[in-house]
Design a binder for this molecule. Structure first.
Ligand SMILES: Cc1cc2nc3c(=O)[nH]c(=O)nc-3n(C[C@H](O)[C@H](O)[C@H](O)COP(=O)(O)OP(=O)(O)OC[C@H]3O[C@@H](n4cnc5c(N)ncnc54)[C@H](O)[C@@H]3O)c2cc1C
Length: 465
């Protein structure tokens, strides 16, 4: 069966998009890698785990309940690795529906086809490399929220929390609530940057109150908060022992560090949609019209994967995308406005600006520091490739293998692009982005090849000598 609408990603944007499409009668399928929908911020607890019924839990449960009641076909625990159809048909071939190939929760591969595709793939986090960032004990700030929220596990006993954006204070407060010690919070933003963000945040008094509560908790616990500063190195004997912030050395057994969120554009890049580099939205983002349409017909993007705007804006954007798809398919005229979207976007934009890439941090990466941890490529190797003539990020891949490992540049792509741009004295947008390639996610070869017997493979007769 060909679906009318497929939604890739079951975070707040994807759940709302699928609910909207299915409740207007479209044959809708939602594909999500986690065992339950929810995405990063509304991640559901695994069976057997109990957690507080806080605002996030309630908002996630409401979206999950609406999705369950909508009649959408929900495929969770499946990793989508392959994309086809749409603009990926060979030149001259007839138009074809989009195809998504996935590895199911039971390990069995399957493919779905769909007339319209809404991409709600979220973000991955940005960590600007520094000496020692690959040591055990150093973890992502956003990754720490998963450990704390879902598993209820502390990343260490004495923890430094560092980087940029509101997740810093969320993580530090959760560490304290879980009984851990926060040795310091190292915030890249200055007091002035936070003050300038306040008017936009006033549009969301609930978020403002939550932020104030986190800061109060840190103050009460006597946690030092260092503003306008960066972690310059992490060291220790095989595992993290100390975090260095300039001249200061802070003893710690865990460092949770993140410098913002980067839209996950693997799928829009693979479908060759038009993109532009917008640092204030997180980096490379697909170019959209006012209704979340990409430059590829019947391909839509919503949520943080289309530009970082936060969890509150994501469902509204998902609904707008689904309504555009319903209109374009001639299935329903569902309207294009969502009153919640503008207000949520304003507050989200202020936070996204705080988390934008700071080029000075990239320029400060020392030469021997590993930038691409999958392939062991250092800053010195990137500079050497630039000197040898690598001008675009794709050329840098060819010269150094940077971004060619299992993470496919999700971790290093931005820093590598910024280094290349700095070497040539051009804006980051000028070095381009890595061409989208499948598999979108690492999958076992057998999932791609399927079952076969070597004996059945026809062997051509040997050529005469
Ligand atoms: C690790 C992490 C933790 C975060 N924690 C918080 C937090 O605690 N508080 C907060 O306010 N914000 C947090 N954020 C930001 C938050 O994710 C977003 O603001 C919000 O969730 C955006 O919603 P979304 O629907 O756009 O994307 P997401 O919620 O990220 O949902 C995207 C979904 O797409 C799925 N997906 C992507 N690609 C595939 C694929 N190929 N196959 C199958 N499924 C796929 C993912 O599994 C994910 O569930 C976090 C971000 C990250 C990266």
């Amino acid at each position: 069966m060909t679906h009318d609408v497929a939604v890739l990603g079951g975070g707040p944007a994807g759940m709302a998009a699928a609910t909207e499409a299915a409740s207007h009668g479209a044959r809708t399928v939602l594909l999500e890698e986690s065992p339950l929908p929810g995405g990063q911020v509304y991640r559901a607890l695994p069976p057997g785990y109990a957690g507080p019924a806080d605002a996030d839990r309630r908002a996630g449960d409401a979206l999950r309940a609406a999705l369950a009641a909508s009649g959408a076909d929900l495929r969770t625990g499946c990793r989508v690795w392959g994309l086809g159809g749409g603009p990926l048909v060979p030149q001259g071939a007839a138009a074809a529906p989009f195809t998504l190939s996935a590895l199911g929760h039971d390990g069995v591969p399957f493919t779905i086809t769909t007339r319209a595709l809404v991409l709600c793939t979220g973000t991955h986090e940005r960590i600007i490399p520094f000496p020692g960032w690959t040591l055990p004990g150093v973890i992502g700030l956003a990754a720490a929220t998963i450990l704390l929220k879902v598993q209820g596990v502390l990343p260490g006993r004495r923890i430094v929390v560092a980087g940029a954006g509101p997740l810093l204070y969320a993580v530090a407060a959760k560490v304290l609530a879980g009984g851990g010690q926060v040795a310091a919070v190292v915030d890249a933003a200055t007091h002035g940057e936070w003050l300038r963000a306040l008017p936009a945040l006033a549009a969301r008094p609930d978020l403002l109150a939550q932020g104030a509560a986190w800061r109060t908790r840190l103050l009460a616990a006597g946690v030092p908060v260092i503003h306008g500063a960066h972690v310059t190195a992490a060291d220790g004997d095989g595992v993290l022992g100390r975090v260095r912030v300039g001249d200061r050395a802070i003893d710690a057994d865990a460092l949770c560090i993140g410098h913002g969120l980067v839209p996950a554009t693997e799928a829009t890049r693979t479908y060759r949609a038009r993109h532009e580099h917008r640092p204030q939205d997180g980096g490379w983002v697909p170019v959209l019209d006012g209704r979340q349409r990409t430059s590829v017909p019947l391909l839509y993007a919503a949520g943080d994967g289309a530009g970082v705007r936060g969890a509150a804006a994501a469902p509204a954007a998902g609904r707008v995308a689904a309504r555009a798809a319903l209109d374009d398919l001639g299935l329903a005229h569902a309207g294009s406005q969502d009153a919640a979207l503008d207000r949520a976007r304003r507050a989200g934009a202020a936070m996204a600006r705080m988390m934008a890439l700071r080029p000075a941090m990239v320029e400060a990466i020392p030469p021997e520091t590993i930038v691409c941890r999958c392939e062991g490529v250092t800053r010195a190797a990137i500079d050497a490739a630039a000197a040898d003539g690598a001008v675009t990020i794709n050329q840098l891949k060819h010269f150094t293998r940077c971004g060619m490992g299992p993470c496919q540049g999700r971790m290093c792509g931005e820093a590598a692009g910024a280094l290349l741009a700095a070497a040539h004295g051009v804006p980051i947008g000028a070095v381009g982005f890595a061409t989208g390639r499948i598999p979108l996610r690492p999958v076992p070869m057998e999932a791609i090849l399927g079952a076969f017997d070597y004996a059945d493979i026809p062997v051509p007769a040997a050529a005469p000598i």
